[in-house]
Design a protein around this ligand. Structure first.
Ligand SMILES: [Ca+2]
Ligand SMILES: [Ca+2]
Ligand SMILES: [Ca+2]
Length: 287
């Protein structure tokens, strides 16, 4: 049962403030109600939510079946669950998998097998056998015993923009105009000037307006012919808004400068050889 049920008597704005943000499909809503993380980061042995709610037993026992958990380097999945634990937690005398899969008589029986492997760093003992592992940031070489740097950047999505592999680690960076966030992996666009609040540009059926994110400060920018279908885009680097207005008989593609996100200036029509009637399918990609 969800605890944050919809309360019909609470006005929309209050509900959103009270409930925090909403997450996209395929994302997990951290229990802090403010952070969304990809479902693939659930129960992978690393806390990704600020409150670590992506790693609690309560979360990991209720992960939907269609979410596939891939354990990170040096982690192993507790059999039959979605929980990943670090190799260090195998045979360490404490029960880390709910069913005790990580502990047992094999921890004693496999000691000599591990010894024979002559692992450069450490040896893993599971109920299915033994193998070598390396310090975090390193992976086992082809000989099965030595250690070499793990190229973290080879995995898509490790950094949100630029990734640089280093010996034993890696470093994320951002392209110009973006700032690296405290999580050291994601980038956010710089706000210039810094204290300028974000603004919503909205295309309605009869006009284009801007508002602040909380809905206040509504400012009409341009009236439109009614009965049209509107698609709208904003090119940040050129401070230009473009919109495509289609009616049953004709279509028009227009652009205007929008300095400092205030009014429209230098509005002009973009002439195309193509009939804009036939651009309906293209239009859906034009937001
Ligand atoms: Ca996680
Ligand atoms: Ca253990
Ligand atoms: Ca590395």
């Amino acid at each position: 049962e969800k605890k944050n049920v919809w309360q019909p008597h609470v006005p929309m704005m209050n509900y959103e403030l009270w409930c925090g943000i909403l997450c996209d499909v395929g994302e997990f809503h951290c229990h802090d109600q403010q952070t969304c993380v990809p479902e693939a980061w659930l129960c992978d042995g690393e806390p990704d939510c600020p409150d670590a709610s992506d790693e609690t037993d309560q979360t990991c026992n209720t992960v939907p079946n269609q979410v596939v958990i891939r354990c990170p380097l040096n982690h192993i999945q507790c059999v039959g669950t979605k929980k990943c634990i670090h190799f260090n937690k195998l045979c360490n005398g404490a029960r880390d998998c709910e069913d005790g899969y990580d502990e047992g008589v094999h921890c004693r029986e496999l000691l000599s097998a591990c010894h024979e492997l002559r692992c450069r760093y450490g040896c893993v003992m599971t109920r299915n056998g033994t193998f070598c592992f390396c310090a975090d940031g390193f992976e086992v070489g082809e000989d099965g015993t030595s250690c070499r740097d793990h190229d973290e950047c080879a995995v898509y999505g490790v950094c949100s923009q630029t990734c640089m592999n280093t010996y034993g680690s890696y470093r994320c960076s951002c392209t110009e105009g973006y700032i690296l966030q405290p999580d050291r992996t994601s980038c956010k666009a710089k706000q210039d000037p810094g204290d300028m609040p974000p603004i919503l540009l909205i295309g309605g059926s009869d006009r284009i307006v801007t508002t602040q994110l909380n809905g206040s400060g509504l400012q009409p920018l341009r009236a439109l012919d009614t009965n049209g279908t509107l698609a709208l885009d904003f090119q940040h680097n050129q401070e230009t808004a473009c919109w495509l207005l289609s009616t049953e008989s004709s279509g028009q593609l227009r652009c205007a400068k929008m300095r400092n996100l205030r009014g429209f200036t230098q509005e002009h029509e973009i002439k195309t050889l193509q009939s804009l009637q036939s651009m309906f399918s293209f239009k859906n990609n034009y937001y």
